[in-house]
Design a protein around this ligand. Structure first.
Ligand SMILES: Nc1ncnc2c1ncn2[C@@H]1O[C@H](COP(=O)(O)OP(=O)(O)OP(=O)(O)O)[C@@H](O)[C@H]1O
Ligand SMILES: [Mg+2]
Length: 390
C-alpha cells in the first residue's frame, strides 16, 4: 500500500480547486495538508491499486485522497470527496471513531474491522476495512475498503435460520402454555355470567370472554405451522403466484397493479402448494397494505419476479439449482426501527397487525429447505424467497 517514491504536486491535480496553483494565485493558498500529503509520497502508490482506498487527515477525518476505485464505489468524484470528511460520506461515520482514537494514541498501526457503512439513499455498504497509519505519513490514515457482500450475506442467512429455530421452540411451548389455561378462563367467565344477577356486570365477563377469544385466535395462528402436515405434490411456482395474485387483487380491487415477470422455463418441484401459497400471500398482502398512499395516488405496484439461481448456498447447503421469487413493491419501505426484526413473531409496524405473517411465511419456506430474505429502502422493498430445486 505504501510507496517510498516522493510525490510531486502534479499527482494531486484532482485535489480541490483551491489547491490548483494558477499564475495569479499566490502559493500560500496551498492548504497545509496538501503539502504534508505530497511530502509523504504515499499517493502515487495508491493511485493504481484496484482496491478502494481513501486517505484521511488523521485529526479532522477530511478525505484528502480517493483512488479511482473509491470514486467508483462511492459514486462520488475525487473533487467532491475532497470537500468532505469521512462523516459526510457515511451517515454512521462514527463507527470509525474508536479506531481513530486508538490510532491517534498510537495503540497500533494497522487494524482490520468489519463495517456496515450507511449512505443517504443507497444500500448500506458491507465492507471489511483495513485502517493503517503509515509511519511515513504520520498525519494521515489510509482506509482500505473491501466489499464483503458474500460473507455478510451468509452471516445474515445464518442469523435468520438460527432465529427461526429458536422462535419455533419458544413459540410452540409458549403457545401451549397460554392455550391450556385460556380455555379454563373463558369457561369460568361464562359460568360466572350465568350466575350474575346484575346485568350490567356482564359487561365485565364479556370483556374476559372476548379477550380470551382474541388470544385464542393469536395462539392458533402461532401454532399453525406446527399443525399443518407437510403434503408434497408437484408444484408449479407460477400457479402459486397466480393464486396469490388473484386473492390480493380481490382484496385490493382498485389502484393496485401486480405485475408478472415470470421465467417460464422454471421446472416444477416437490413441495406443499398450500403452504407456499400461504407464505407468498402473507408477503404480497404486506406489500399491498404498505402501499396505501400509492394506491390512493394510483401508482401502487407489486412485481412478482421468478428467476433461476445456480450454485446457491441456502442454510450452509450448496444447491445446484434454486428458484428465486421476488416480491418487489414501490411502497415506503419497512420502518427502520423494525427492519432487523420483521421475521420475529409479534413484531409489527402496522396498526392492527399481529406481527405473525412473516414469521409464518419464513416457517413455511424453511420447511421446503428454503429461505426468505428482505432488502428494503423507501420506494423499494424486495422480499426474495429462495427455494432449492436440486
Ligand atoms: N412490503 C412491506 N413494506 C413495508 N413494510 C412492511 C412490508 N412487509 C412487512 N412490513 C412491515 O413488517 C411488519 C411485520 O409484518 P408481518 O406480516 O410479520 O406482520 P403484520 O403484517 O404486522 O401482521 P399480520 O401479518 O400477522 O397480520 C409489518 O407490520 C410492516 O410494518
Ligand atoms: Mg402481515
Amino acid at each position: 500500500m505504501k510507496s517510498a517514491r516522493a510525490s510531486s504536486k502534479a499527482k494531486l491535480a484532482d485535489a480541490p480547486a483551491s489547491a490548483t496553483p494558477a499564475a495569479h494565485v499566490p502559493a500560500a493558498t496551498v492548504e497545509p495538508w496538501e503539502a504534508a500529503l505530497a511530502a509523504t509520497g504515499i499517493v502515487p502508490g495508491l493511485e493504481a491499486l484496484p482496491t478502494v482506498l481513501l486517505v484521511l487527515e488523521k485529526h479532522t477525518l477530511r478525505v484528502v485522497f480517493a483512488n479511482p476505485a473509491a470514486e467508483a464505489l462511492l459514486a462520488l468524484s475525487r473533487r467532491s470527496l475532497s470537500q468532505m470528511t469521512w462523516n459526510d460520506v457515511f451517515l454512521n461515520g462514527e463507527v470509525l471513531s474508536a479506531t481513530m482514537a486508538d490510532l491517534i494514541s498510537n495503540l497500533f498501526q494497522t487494524t482490520r474491522l468489519d463495517l456496515v457503512l450507511e449512505r443517504t439513499g443507497q444500500e448500506p455498504l458491507h465492507t471489511h476495512a483495513i485502517v493503517a497509519a503509515p509511519e511515513s505519513a504520520p498525519d494521515f490514515v489510509i482506509v482500505e475498503l473491501i466489499e464483503n457482500e458474500q460473507k455478510i450475506k451468509n452471516e445474515r442467512e445464518e442469523r435468520i435460520i438460527d432465529q427461526a429455530l429458536m422462535n419455533k421452540h419458544l413459540i410452540r411451548n409458549l403457545a401451549h402454555e397460554i392455550k391450556n389455561p385460556l380455555g379454563g378462563i373463558r369457561g369460568a367467565a361464562q359460568l360466572l355470567e350465568f350466575e350474575l344477577e346484575q346485568r350490567e356486570l356482564r359487561e365485565y365477563t364479556q370483556v374476559i370472554i372476548k379477550e380470551s377469544d382474541r388470544l385464542q385466535t393469536l395462539v392458533d395462528r402461532l401454532l399453525e405451522p406446527h399443525r399443518h402436515p407437510y403434503i408434497a405434490t408437484d408444484v408449479n411456482i407460477h400457479e402459486v403466484c397466480e393464486r396469490v395474485r388473484s386473492v390480493v387483487l380481490a382484496e385490493f380491487p382498485q389502484g393496485l397493479e401486480i405485475q408478472r415477470d415470470y421465467d417460464v422455463s422454471l421446472p416444477d418441484f416437490r413441495g406443499d402448494k398450500e403452504q407456499l401459497i400461504q407464505a407468498l400471500l402473507n408477503i404480497v398482502r404486506n406489500g399491498a397494505q404498505a402501499l396505501r398512499e400509492q394506491i390512493a395516488r394510483g401508482d401502487a405496484r407489486v412485481v412478482l419476479r421468478t428467476r433461476v439461481a445456480r450454485k446457491i448456498t441456502i442454510a450452509k447447503r450448496l444447491h445446484k439449482l434454486a428458484l428465486e421469487l421476488h416480491v418487489i413493491d414501490n411502497g415506503p419501505g419497512i420502518p427502520a426501527d423494525i427492519r432487523d426484526r420483521i421475521f420475529y413473531p409479534l413484531v409489527s409496524g402496522r396498526e392492527g397487525g399481529s406481527g405473525l405473517g412473516l414469521t409464518l411465511a419464513q416457517s413455511f419456506v424453511q420447511r421446503h429447505d428454503g429461505l426468505i430474505e428482505c432488502e428494503s429502502r423507501p420506494g423499494r422493498t424486495d422480499f426474495r424467497i429462495l427455494l432449492p430445486l436440486g
